[in-house]
Design a protein around this ligand. Structure first.
Ligand SMILES: [Zn+2]
Length: 209
């Protein structure tokens, strides 16, 4: 996919997520790996329902800016994207959004893990068993983004998560996929799990089998 096409595809996804209420007030960031291994990422502080090609910055995996339109800076959370691309060679697209449900689910996490509900939907996240026991890693939301990224890096070095995503506590979810289609599926399925957990909790239901 050409550089302009990649950015147009990410901009379309951002518009959809904005209208879902997942990227309000310039929150969230999206990126896609380019040929050669570096990546396009959304610029900081731009409205997510109206991104143009110039609202993306090209960076390498060490955080060096390669291409940027005048006045555009990379997302403040680009260090997290660098860590994911460095550790997960199959990640071609990374999506990070802030939803109400993801934040409520942070309260249900224990010891750095959120147990996902054992739903059929988990098959779309690469979990093939019936009624599986699968956990989403949860990271503390430090004010310093490089500190979050460094804890994520250490976690990935010890072993990649089964589920293609991570949650940052009281902040939002980050998912990856080989391309935009797969990454969007992963995001939709995890957000479905979050809505299920919140609704199950408000009904007083346990979510385990
Ligand atoms: Zn964020």
């Amino acid at each position: 996919m050409s550089g302009s096409r990649l950015r147009t595809t990410l901009a379309a996804a951002a518009r959809d997520f904005y209208h879902q209420g997942w990227m309000l007030g310039t929150a969230g960031n999206l990126s896609a790996r380019r040929k050669g291994g570096n990546f396009w990422i959304t610029a900081s502080g731009r409205p997510k329902d109206a991104l143009e090609d110039e609202d993306f910055v090209a960076m390498d995996l060490e955080g060096q800016v390669l291409e940027a339109h005048s006045g555009r800076r990379p997302s403040a959370e680009s260090a997290i994207h660098q860590v994911i691309y460095r550790n997960i060679p199959t990640a071609g697209v990374i999506l990070h959004v802030h939803s109400v449900e993801a934040n409520l689910c942070g309260h249900m996490a224990a010891q750095g893990l959120l147990r996902l509900p054992p739903l059929e939907m988990l098959k779309g996240l690469g979990i093939p068993e019936g009624e599986p026991e699968a956990d989403l890693p949860v990271f503390a939301n430090h004010a310093s983004v490089p500190e979050i990224a460094s804890e994520m890096d250490a976690f990935f070095q010890a072993g990649l998560p089964r589920v293609p995503g991570v949650l940052i506590h009281l902040h939002g979810v980050t998912v990856w996929g080989g391309d935009i289609v797969e990454a969007r599926h992963h995001l939709e399925l995890l957000e479905f799990c979050f809505r299920y957990l919140v609704q199950a909790g408000s009904l007083g239901l346990g979510v385990q089998k």
